[in-house]
Design a protein around this ligand. Structure first.
Ligand SMILES: [Fe+2]
Length: 234
């Protein structure tokens, strides 16, 4: 019998033996999502500015872009537009910009557990999702930390953000059949969620218009060690 045939005729793994049940399962190194609340009165002002931007640029393809996976989802100042316009340079984002930087430094230092003196927000954009819209599971490459701030969010009407359990993959890449593990976080308006950029996230069944959020990517300004370097944003 070839090795290949032996593998394919192995008994199903649903077989269970009493002497091979674990006495306990020790869960280590959980996925850590940081949750912060925008503490300023500027929250209402920020929301007003985001509504102005989504109204003003809705049909302007220089500043807005419809997600190809969902006609119900529009991104504003999306990095894919490649026009070097940063949402954070828009008047009214000054307080928000410095706050998300402080939150990101806190998350890197106190949740991820790494040294970090300063960060660069490498990209930042607005998402506006209508009723019936969704965002397929994805992650953000070339980034260390990613975040989403919920500008306009009605719990149980707007879709919560879903995270999937990260799997360590490499080469060669082997994958067994089985159920993926998902977890939802239902934020409040004014909540900022931060996570490590490799973690996949998305949402489905959005049941109301104007699910507006701001997403961004973060890199530490200085990458340490002998091969380290300092990033400068152009
Ligand atoms: Fe994302």
């Amino acid at each position: 019998m070839t090795k290949e045939l032996a593998l394919s005729t192995s008994p199903p793994f649903t077989n269970s033996y009493q002497d091979s049940h674990p006495q306990r399962v020790i869960e280590m190194f959980p996925v850590k999502i940081g949750s912060y609340t925008f503490p300023y009165k500027d929250k209402t002002r920020l929301k007003q500015i985001c509504f102005i931007i989504t109204d003003k640029y809705k049909n302007n393809r220089k500043y807005s872009h419809q997600n190809p996976d969902s006609g119900y989802l529009t991104h504003y100042f999306d990095p894919i537009l490649g026009n070097n316009s940063s949402l954070l340079d828009y008047p009214g984002f000054e307080t928000f910009n410095s706050w998300i930087k402080r939150c990101s430094i806190d998350y890197i230092r106190n949740t991820v557990g790494c040294d970090c003196d300063d960060v660069i927000i490498t990209q930042c954009w607005i998402n506006d999702c209508s009723k019936g819209g969704s965002q397929s599971l994805h992650n953000h490459k070339n980034s260390l930390i990613s975040g989403t701030y919920f500008v306009n969010f009605i719990p149980e009407m707007h879709a919560p953000l879903t995270f999937s359990k990260p799997y360590i993959t490499g080469k060669p890449y082997l994958e067994l059949d089985g159920e993926n593990i998902f977890a939802n976080i239902e934020p409040s308006e004014g909540t900022l969620l931060l996570w490590e950029s490799h973690i996949k996230h998305g949402y489905h069944s959005n049941n109301n218009d104007k699910r507006i959020s701001i997403s961004f990517n973060v890199m530490p300004e200085t990458l340490p060690c002998i091969y380290g370097f300092k990033l400068i944003k152009k």
